[in-house]
Design a protein around this ligand. Sequence first.
Ligand code: SF4
Length: 112
Amino acid sequence: MTDLRLVGIAWSLDHLRWVSTDEMTVLVQSDGLCMWAFTGEPPWVDEELTDHELAQRQCAGCPVRGECLELELRTAGAETVGVWGALPEGERREVHRHWLQRGERAERGPRS
Ligand code: SF4
């Protein structure tokens, strides 16, 4: 059964389609919350968290969640692992299926 929430997330990335992968990489590396906020151990290091819970904790308040997700979908695609873009890998793989069907990605491929 299709998860419409994940379809909506895929569609929400349409506005990023003309941003180059290089620009997106610089943006995520400079503004991504996890890139600078957790210089030591994160506060939840001793907790047993699912990937879904980890995504909610780690990415809460990150200003580049959409860009991070778009970048991961472009560069890792269906082989994505871990937590990126506020989603666990299983949900990201599902988003990837829908993302591939959007606009020019369907025509020219995901890595352009
Ligand atoms: S969305 Fe999450 S994984 Fe991506 S840069 Fe932000 S905090 Fe890091």
